[in-house]
Design a protein around this ligand. Structure first.
Ligand code: GLU
Length: 468
């Protein structure tokens, strides 16, 4: 036994901890230095102990051991030239994690922090998230350590073309369907799709998040942010409440944060913060639709920093990012709800203490794994309405799957139709999580519910398809 548990509770609990610790010891040995991947796997495995006890068939077929091993990982060189003639080399990766219930599906992230661990954690989460959407999509993720920040449009185009010159042979509408993520928005998707089409000599839905005039879906840009807020509304409903009048903290200022703010306001709430790498703004009057429009222009067109907000709207306050601080001041502002929409591990234990001390009782994740395990424990112990990213932010990939469906039919649905479907999907994800949590003895724990419901569908498909 390689248990490091210090638990002094009853026998079953010790047994549970031992199983997780033993399993994780193997995962860590096999995947050294992949801390984010370890974190994502540990969370899921901890939720699944009760499922494996009830279902020896999963254990016998070693479903969990198979699920933590990506079906395929592709790594490639991405050389490209800067405007001034300098040669650059980045690394491209695509993790094709699981095709048990459909073609690999998941975004591409372009950010200097990207490495195999980050993409494996994201790909692993994507498998469960995609399973929860009710749609037939497997899980994958990819990207590069390329930083689009400060690059010209031409440099971004050359990078995207070089990236796709290798990736195109591995993807396709029935094989693997990439989309956007951090650093990959409409501009990058356009360049990637253009090169894919040129090399494959086919106009297919091999990428989602496309422009509406060339195969994209209505509501895809809005879908992740809207879906997060629909999920939060469904959680509040279980307590007979709504977003009406609620003060909401939102982190990030990109695609997810922008449309979360839009939907919070539409449902009667007040979004009072945003952030980027320069720091965060606090606008006690609320980020109105007019102010949001200004932010969208700042971030999506001018590609400027959020600190400019306070010059434009002087009632707001800006706090510069301070890497020496152990906490993010954004999470220490009085509010009712929090929507982390920036990146992984952006709420640590101290931040969670601040949230709880300042009145927050709902945390719904727009980003992937934005809350550290210690912080999640605190939130769950305080009976916070905690909506994990793999459930709450699944609206983005769900509408990507609707884009795939429209591409296959060569039809487009109206805004109303897509939004209606999105709302239904978010509601059924909420129900699936709540029911699984209840069935397996932890009512109200959406993290367990999401992991269990997401797992069972994939596990059953794997049993049906034999040892592949
Ligand atoms: N990157 C998004 C996510 O984390 C969307 C992926 C997609 O649309 O395929 O789910």
């Amino acid at each position: 036994m390689n248990s490091t548990t210090t638990s002094t509770t009853t026998a079953p609990r010790t047994k549970v901890s031992t199983f997780v610790d033993d399993f994780m010891a193997q995962v860590e040995e096999r995947n050294p230095h992949e801390l984010e991947f370890h974190q994502a796997v540990r969370e899921v495995v901890s939720s699944l102990v009760v499922v494996l006890q009830k279902h020896p068939e999963y254990k016998k077929a070693r479903i969990l051991d198979r699920m933590i091993e990506p079906e395929r990982v592709i790594q490639f060189r991405v050389p490209w030239m800067s405007d001034n003639g300098e040669v650059n080399v980045n690394r491209g990766i695509r993790v094709e994690f699981s095709s048990a219930i459909g073609p690999y599906k998941g975004g591409l992230r372009f950010h200097p922090s990207v490495n195999l661990s980050i993409l494996k954690f994201l790909g692993f989460e994507q498998v469960f998230k995609n399973s929860l959407t009710t749609l037939p999509i497997g899980g994958g993720k990819g990207g590069s350590n390329f930083d689009p920040k400060g690059k010209s449009d031409n440099e971004v185009m050359r990078f995207c073309q070089s990236f796709m010159s290798e990736l195109y042979r591995h993807i396709g509408p029935n094989t693997d369907v990439p989309a956007g993520d951090i650093g990959v928005g409409g501009r990058e998707i356009g360049y990637l799709f253009g090169q894919y089409k040129r090399l494959s000599n086919e106009f297919t839905g091999a990428i989602t998040g496309k422009g509406f005039n060339w195969g994209g879906s209505r509501i895809r840009p809005e879908a992740t942010g809207y879906g997060v807020v629909y999920f939060a509304a469904a959680m509040l409903e279980t307590r007979g409440e709504s977003l009406e009048g609620k003060a909401c903290l939102v982190s990030g200022a990109g695609n997810v944060a922008q449309y979360a703010v839009e939907k919070i306001t539409e449902l009667g709430g007040k979004a009072i913060t945003l952030s980027d790498t320069s720091g965060c703004i606090h606008d006690p009057d609320g980020i109105s639709p007019e102010k949001l429009k200004w932010v969208m222009n700042l971030k999506n067109k001018r590609r400027g920093r959020i600190e400019e907000y306070v010059e434009q709207f002087p009632t707001a306050e800006f706090t510069g990012a301070d890497p020496t601080l152990q906490t993010n001041p954004l999470w220490a502002i009085n509010a009712d709800c929090a929507f982390p929409c920036a990146t992984q591990n952006e709420i640590n234990e101290k931040d969670a203490e601040h949230l709880l001390a300042n009145g927050v009782y709902l945390v719904t994740e727009g980003a992937n794994m934005p809350t550290t395990p210690e912080a999640v424990d605190l939130l769950l112990d305080a009976r916070t309405l905690y909506g994990p990213g793999k459930a709450a932010n699944a609206g983005g990939v769900a509408v990507s799957a609707l884009e795939m469906a429209q591409n296959s039919m060569r039809l487009t649905w109206s805004r109303e139709e897509v939004d209606q479907r999105l709302q239904e999907i978010m509601r059924s994800i909420h129900t699936a999580c709540a029911e699984a949590a209840e069935t397996y003895g932890t009512p109200g724990n959406y993290m367990n519910g999401a992991n269990i419901a997401g797992f069972c569908k994939v596990a059953d498909a794997m049993l049906d398809q034999g040892l592949v």
